[in-house]
Design a protein around this ligand. Sequence first.
Ligand SMILES: [Zn+2]
Length: 103
Amino acid sequence: MSVVNNAAALDPVTPQLSGSDSPFASLRSVRTDARARLLAGYIRSAIAFLSGPDHDKLTACTAPRCVRYFVKVHGRQEFCQPSCGNRARAARFYHRQRADSGR
Ligand SMILES: [Zn+2]
């Protein structure tokens, strides 16, 4: 866990408020190294997600040969994308056909 926290600390940022008509927030960085800023930004996002309210919706895709994780939008969602669902249905059909034909 310290590796993650150290990566997040690569780019200490300060929240800034900009715009007068419709203010928006941005983060001011002190680093000029683009790779460090990018890595720290990814890690900050991961920390925010894993410590946020949606972390329990993170689910492994159950399709054959898929190694992705996704955030469940509804309770019965099993696959990360429609193509994984199609591949899983095709695999089930294939195995059913093989079982029915006795091979
Ligand atoms: Zn998948």
